[in-house]
Design a binder for this molecule. Sequence first.
Ligand code: MLT
Length: 384
Amino acid sequence: MELSNRLKALPPYLFAELDEMKRKKVLEGVDVIDFGVGDPDLPTPRHIVEEMQRAVEKEENHKYPSYEGKLEFREAVAEFYGRRKKVDLNPETQVIALIGSKEGIAHLPLAFVNPGDVVLVPDPGYPVYYSSAILAEGRPYKVPLKEENEFLPDLESIPDEVARKAKIFFLNYPNNPTTAVAEMEFIKECVDFCIDNDIILAHDAAYSEIAFDYRPKSFLEYEDAFECTIEFGSLSKTYNMTGWRIGYAVGNEEIIKGLLKVKTNVDSGVFQAIQDAAIVALRGDDSVIEENNRVYKERRDVLVEGLRKLGFEVEKPKATFYVWLRVNGSSIEFAKNLLDKAGVLVTPGVGFGEYGEGYVRFALTRSVERIKEALERMESALNV
Ligand code: MLT
């Protein structure tokens, strides 16, 4: 059976490839320490699980959910934005539920991109920005995120004729994989650039609550952003709920409506019991978020200090649960070597795009003990 040209144009999905690398090693009997995919090892908080158990028993939750999500869920998202970001949202028109933010990101270009239209994608970046553009028969244009520019895009380097043909600009701060953060001045520049060029600014805020002595901003804190911005959020990383598949999109009403039209044609909404559990999460006390951050900060410090002792130059990230390590040379060779010699799995930077070459990413989703063990194994493997 021949695949469509769209599908043929897609590279293999990075995290599925990593799973395969790990599976092979485990079959060889290796005790792999996995810093690959960013899947929190911390449990979903008890009160959220208990609400899910109650919600599953309710018969009204066994029916089709609404396409846009329960109003109460959308109100909880709006309250969360009011509390955490000081942004006012109208839950009826400016918020929808998603089956995880990946789903919303992947569907957005289908709503707004015609064949041949440009989609601006950060490179390195979450692979779904690139593939969603291809699936909509758009043309991804890679916007490099370089260390010398603090991993922020250089908007002036985007040629005018590219900007004129662009329909969507994907951005993501705190950034995966580079861990860079965005200050208000930069956010304003991006929003103004998108307004001037009539581009939808699609901001992926999956790591909006994972930060250390720093408060990540919503792009919607800049009021003009409502003219052009859709922001994607997720309970996956904030409340350790990756497997639950629940997220949301907020922002400009027309953009939200367009995305909802795609979703209404391709999915039937989020299981209501999951929405009930998510409401309890979003309205719950923020100590859950603070505790996650305390754990990630400790792990960050142990890993970064250990890597420095091994001779690497690496900064402590202000946000996300990743460490982006410059290794020079081939990131695939570095990662393979580490897996073969030390049983330590990291994500090669080139998997996030060509400008990720020369780096690898560690996800801080392993305990301090396992991080220390990985550092010891690396010391022998790298012969330092
Ligand atoms: C990552 O490791 O970059 C992410 O966890 C993948 C995802 O969220 O789908």
